[in-house]
Design a protein around this ligand. Structure first.
Ligand code: PMP
Length: 386
């Protein structure tokens, strides 16, 4: 039916506008939040790193894959996020797998939000797998209703008081754009002897003081145990990281198979992330522009009659609630010149089939006004809005 929306090859990118199938379309689905993938300073840093170190590290951080660039980025990120130390991984996905099964051991528990990102689910399953061999049953993983702190407390209160527990949550949830209720979570964690891991993939560079993420958004930097993130969004690159106390980072460095047995991020990736961090620190006004752009779209789409997520982040989901309608909308928008993401089951629960839209600091009003016009025309034509 020509409705398949995935693996569309981008032939050229200016950031807010990309070329696909020989046509320029407005990109309204990227996580390139600050628009830095095409920033000349970031590109220059990548070129310089290739010239100095070559194209790859050809080894794990443990052995031949540590460059001075990796160490510098770890120091800079730890300082930026107010933690003692930091560890880089090769992707954000790998980061969750490098933390959760490594830290959560026999007789200990993961307490996880039901809507957490797939990398956390994968990390949880690895932790459960390792344990089930010993215990005969995989009850290491407990889940609570999405961002429901009353349910979290009811789940965690039933676990053995003396056992180690790790509460894991997205900071900003990747499909809804919702922000976790960290203050309430923290009170529960302290009461029941648990630690917290927040995945700030969609929050660093977006919320908090100068883009310092969820803990900073709530003024809870000092109390936060661990924050992980990715370079594939705000940082315009590829790779992942976790910040925590030195003792935790040192343990992960020597125990996490996802780090020890996988090659380190490439020189160009690390240099790009460093250059992006420089820009984030020097130009916090980019965050204001990003949020202004996302708000403009959220309000504009809601005014047309779309059901949109109400959370103040760079992610603006348009909930359609039907797979075929999502795919038809995707196609209509694409043909008219806007690229968005079609999220259907099992990526989202039944009833939550959606177009996930997200915005950049480098979208100008002309891009957004044009996109809104297209959303209106296509939505009316397909009977999604009145
Ligand atoms: N966590 C969340 C919440 C994400 O949305 C993503 C990427 N979609 C990741 C982790 C994985 O990051 P990466 O792309 O670096 O593997």
């Amino acid at each position: 039916m020509g409705l398949y929306p995935y693996f569309q090859a981008i032939e050229e990118s200016e950031g807010p506008v990309v070329r696909i199938g020989g046509r320029k379309v407005i990109m309204a689905g990227s996580n390139n939040y600050l628009g830095l993938t095409t920033d000349p300073r970031v590109k220059e840093a990548a070129h310089k790193a290739v010239n100095k170190y070559g194209t790859g590290c050809s080894g794990s951080r443990y052995l031949t894959g540590t460059l001075d660039l990796h160490v510098e980025l770890e120091k800079r990120l730890a300082a930026f996020l107010g933690k003692e130390d930091c560890l880089l991984y090769s992707t954000g996905y790998q980061t969750a797998q490098g933390i959760i099964p490594t830290l959560v051991q026999r007789g200990e528990y993961v307490v996880s939000d039901k809507d957490n990102h797939a990398c956390i689910v994968a990390g949880n399953l690895m932790a459960a797998g390792a344990n089930s061999l010993v215990n005969g049953e995989a009850k290491t993983i407990t889940r609570y209703k999405h961002n429901d702190m009353i349910h979290l407390e009811s789940v965690i209160s039933k676990l053995p008081p003396e056992a180690g527990k790790l509460i894991v949550s997205d900071g900003i949830f990747s499909t809804s754009g919702e922000i976790v209720d960290l203050p309430a979570m923290m009170k529960i964690a302290r009461k029941y002897n648990a630690r917290i891991l927040v995945d700030d993939a969609h929050a660093v560079g977006v919320i908090g003081k100068g883009g310092r993420g969820t803990a900073s958004h709530y003024g809870l930097e000092a109390e936060t145990d661990m924050t992980m993130g990715t370079f594939s969004k705000t940082f315009a690159s590829l790779g992942g990281f976790v910040v925590a106390d030195s003792v935790v980072i040192d343990y992960l460095k020597h125990q996490a198979p996802a780090l020890i047995f996988s090659a380190s991020p490439t020189p160009a990736s690390v240099a790009s992330a460093l250059a992006a961090l420089d820009i984030l620190e020097k130009e916090p006004e980019r965050i204001d522009k990003l949020m202004k752009n996302a708000r403009k779209m959220r309000l504009g789409l809601a005014a047309m009659g779309y059901r949109v997520g109400e959370h103040d982040s760079a992610v603006v989901p348009i909930i359609i609630g039907d797979t075929v309608k999502v795919l038809r909308m995707w196609r209509g928008l694409f043909d008219a010149g806007v690229f968005v993401n079609a999220f259907i089951r099992p990526g989202v629960p039944p009833g939550m089939e959606m177009l996930r839209t997200s915005y950049m600091a480098t979208h100008e009003d002309e891009h957004l006004d044009k996109a809104l016009e297209i959303f209106k025309d296509v939505g009316k034509r397909l009977d999604i809005i009145p």
